[in-house]
Design a binder for this molecule. Sequence first.
Ligand code: CP
Ligand code: NVA
Length: 304
Amino acid sequence: MKTRHFLTLLDLTADELKRLIKRAVDIKAAYKRGEAYTPLKHKTMAMIFEKSSTRTRVSFEAGMAQLGGASLFLSPQDTHLDRGEPVEDTAKVMSRMVDVIVIRANNHDMVERFAAHSRVPVINALTDRHHPCQLLADIQTYMEQRGDIAGRTAAWIGDGNNVCHSWMQAACRFGFHLNIAHPKGYGPDAALFKTCREHVTLTEDPARAVEGADIVVTDTWASMGQENEKAERLKAFDGFRVDSALMQQAKKDAAFMHCLPAYRGHEVTAEVIDGPQSVVWDEAENRLHAQKALLEFLLTDKPK
Ligand code: CP
Ligand code: NVA
């Protein structure tokens, strides 16, 4: 059977994603009841991280331990990748030794090349283009708190970045609409937009984007790797901050979401992120439960 990877949300069908979210909810409930569930005993997960991480690293390592498996974390200095060993050779070698490989990479191309030469599933733990694991947790969070996301409207305010791209693919797979408000020149990838324009609307007006929205979501204005553009971006994104006035223009019970790390006073005010409509801590926690469901999906023969 062909090895399944999870490089973008489109690697799973809509049905598989919906079932995976349901499993995440069940796995979370069983974990909270204190039940042990260790289907990944004797399995090993390698993690190659080219960039910093708090949530993704901790949730994958904790999740693998809870499922009975082991994990090993490799920063750039820990492998020969940094010294020029080809990605393809690394993939061939590592995938003969471990059962799953989680990668956070600077360039999306790296995870694609790695996956093409890996015998075992490769999971994208964030690249410059996508962050699909984040969206599993975000959809789980919305469903737990507000019900089915199909037919709802989400408003993305800010940078058309990696997380925004995964929200666009989520809109297609889960059947909701995404309004994206971005400053001129900071929109999402045009080719990706073409593939999901039925589910995505672009605007440069944050107020228009949040009108009637069930979810308001944002992210940092300068992603990892864009540190030297920070000053220029702060200027460009002026007017794209999620504050209470903007939240009031969305639906009354709209949820505020953010993948974190957040920069209070830049893309969101403290009042909003620390306020009653914010679900960011549940979103962060659900990284653990959703990724446990993903590992179960990829590594066990539980019916898909
Ligand atoms: N949201 C997220 O992926 O956070 P980390 O960068 O801390 O992993
Ligand atoms: N867009 C952010 C997300 C961090 C989880 C980044 O790539 O840095």
